[in-house]
Design a protein around this ligand. Structure first.
Ligand SMILES: NC(=O)c1ccc[n+]([C@@H]2O[C@H](COP(=O)([O-])OP(=O)(O)OC[C@H]3O[C@@H](n4cnc5c(N)ncnc54)[C@H](O)[C@@H]3O)[C@@H](O)[C@H]2O)c1
Length: 322
């Protein structure tokens, strides 16, 4: 199959590209190697790695360039799109909300329009658990209203889901939105918590825990997140569907720190801080719908995932602290 991945040079997109290439698919990766949120050098490394596969085609382009996207789809006979390109991250979205709206909403519109014009109707969209906001104390279910986002990032992801729904309704697109829960692992974005904590423990510097360490997340190892995307493609059929894609259970920040200490073999020093604006206190995924309908089942425990990640970091040519 010929598939187009937006954001394929990034963290999750590069893993998804690799899995698809290994399974014999042709991957058209559209990424502008954005340098704002983290270094483009890391994305170039990912592109270089993927270029070892003859069926990998890299197009350095901005997703907002609808004409270019459409042309790539037509030139290569694209059959399905994975849309991952975005500005990701809650805190950055509080600082530069305009950028998040521009890329996450207008960029998604350009992807949908290019698909319409090129007659490509299957889309898997990388949404986020942040759409649930900070209001639901129990397990997040896809049937929750998700109408109280508490950051521009969350609002942009929910808006993109709704925009996608309108293309399903108007043009009969087959759309799967995957609400991803805190993904981690090799090639992770350098500003994300687990990556930062590892460096601080190695450097024997204090870790600042926001939300007084009382936050909970459904940490998802990247290979499990990729499993979610692959299952979504396998089960694509006409319709609009939303699935939670998360790790097996919600885990507290203090357990994450103690797991990191155990794997690294060093103790940390922790400083407790108040929650930061836009941060959700608890995320807890109900993944039963993805389990029943897609056969999705996360297999990597937090400890095993951190071990794999550490192994990669230690072998990586890239300095841990980028
Ligand atoms: N990592 C997580 O924990 C997580 C959780 C929930 C949702 N998501 C979503 O998954 C997707 C991938 O996240 P990630 O962690 O791999 O982030 P990432 O920043 O590593 O990847 C995003 C990629 O999109 C590219 N990009 C950004 N703007 C672009 C533009 N205008 N045109 C073309 N390419 C552009 C970037 O260069 C980057 O390579 C994002 O949509 C993100 O919102 C991630």
């Amino acid at each position: 199959m010929v598939v187009l991945i937006t954001g394929g040079a990034g963290f999750i997109g590069s893993h998804l590209s690799e899995r698809l290439l290994r399974q014999g698919h042709t991957v058209l990766c559209v990424d502008n190697l954005d340098n704002y949120l983290y270094s483009a050098a890391l994305k170039r490394e990912n592109v270089q790695l993927l270029s070892a596969y003859p069926a990998f085609i890299f197009v350095e382009e901005d997703i907002r360039n609808k004409m270019a996207l459409r042309q790539v789809m037509l030139d290569y006979g694209c059959e399905a799109v994975f849309h991952l390109a975005a500005y990701a991250g809650v805190r950055a979205s509080v600082e530069v909300p305009e950028k998040f709206m521009e890329i996450n909403i207008n960029g998604t519109l350009a992807v949908l329009e290019a698909m319409r014009e090129a007659q490509v109707k299957t889309l898997v969209f990388a949404s986020s658990s942040s759409v649930y906001g900070d209001t639901t104390p129990t397990l997040f279910k896809e049937t929750d209203a998700a109408e109280c986002p508490i950051s521009p990032y969350a609002a942009s992801k929910r808006a993109a889901e709704l925009l996608a729904y309108s293309y399903y309704s108007l043009y009969g697109f087959d759309i799967t939105c995957l609400r991803l829960f805190t993904v981690y692992g090799p090639r992770q974005r350098p500003e994300m918590a687990i990556r930062k904590f590892i460096q601080l423990i190695l450097d024997e510097e204090p870790i600042e825990l926001y939300g007084n360490g009382q936050t909970f997340r459904n940490y998802t190892y990247v290979a499990d997140a990729v499993q979610g995307f692959m299952k979504a493609l396998e089960h694509s059929a006409e319709g609009f569907r939303v699935y939670n894609i998360g790790g097996a259970k919600s885990i507290g920040l203090e357990e994450v720190i103690s797991t990191l200490e155990r794997v690294i073999g060093k103790k940390s020093t922790v400083i407790y801080r108040a929650a930061q604006a836009g941060d959700v206190r608890h995320t807890a995924a109900d993944i039963s719908k993805a389990g029943k309908q897609l056969g999705y089942a996360p297999v990597v425990t937090l400890e095993e995932g951190i071990r794999q990640y550490m192994k990669w970091l230690m072998a990586s040519a890239t300095p841990v602290n980028v």
